[in-house]
Design a protein around this ligand. Structure first.
Ligand SMILES: [Zn+2]
Length: 172
C-alpha cells in the first residue's frame, strides 16, 4: 500500500463505518505493513486512499499493534495539552498542536469486539490525530494561520508530489 500525500482530495473525505470481517481485517493488516515500513505511530484509511473507518496504531515494536475499527469519540476533557505532531501524509512537517488531554473512545478490535476506553498521554494524542483523518481533517488544520503560512512552501512541494527521499521507505 502506498501512502497518500497532502493535496490528494481523498484526505479530505469523510469515512464510512465498516463491518469487521475478513475483508476489512485484511485491509488493516496491509495498512499495518505500510505503517511499519514508513515508521509511523498510526495510519488511517484515507492515508492509503480508503475512505473507511479503519485505523492501525503501533507505538513501538514490542507492543501489539491496535486494530481500531469504527472509532468514535464519546467525551473530551476540558484540560488541553500541547504536543508536537507529524503525519505520514505530510512528510517533514512537525508542529505543536493543542488538543484535549483525555478522551473517551469506543471502537471495535480485529475480532469485532467493542471497546470503550479513557485514554491520556500519547495514546489520547494518536487516537485524536487518527480520528481526525476519518473526518477529512489534518493536524495542520489545528495550527494558527500564521504558522500555516510559514509552511506554505513545504506544503506546496508535498502537493506537487515532491517528497524528499529520506521520507520514502526505499531509502531506509
Ligand atoms: Zn496523520
Amino acid at each position: 500500500m502506498k501512502i497518500v500525500y497532502f493535496g490528494d482530495p481523498v484526505l479530505r473525505e469523510e469515512c464510512v463505518d465498516v463491518v469487521v470481517n475478513e475483508k476489512t481485517v485484511k485491509i488493516a493488516d496491509e495498512m499495518l505493513e505500510a505503517l511499519k515500513l514508513y515508521k509511523g505511530f498510526g495510519l488511517a484509511g484515507p492515508q492509503v486512499g480508503i475512505t473507511k473507518k479503519i485505523v492501525v496504531i503501533r507505538f513501538n515494536e514490542e507492543e501489539e499493534p491496535l486494530y481500531v475499527f469504527n472509532l468514535k469519540f464519546l467525551e473530551h476533557s476540558q484540560e488541553q495539552n500541547l504536543m508536537e505532531e507529524g503525519c505520514l501524509s505530510l512528510p517533514g512537517i512537525w508542529e505543536k498542536v493543542v488538543r484535549p488531554e483525555k478522551v473517551r473512545v469506543s471502537y471495535q478490535d480485529r475480532n469485532g469486539e467493542e471497546h470503550v476506553e479513557t485514554l491520556d498521554g500519547l495514546e489520547a494524542r494518536v487516537f485524536q490525530h487518527e480520528g481526525d483523518h476519518l473526518y477529512g481533517k489534518l493536524f495542520i488544520d489545528h495550527i494558527s494561520l500564521i504558522k500555516r503560512k510559514l509552511l506554505k512552501k513545504k506544503l506546496d512541494k508535498i502537493r506537487k508530489g515532491i517528497i524528499l527521499e529520506e521520507f520514502l521507505p526505499e531509502s531506509k
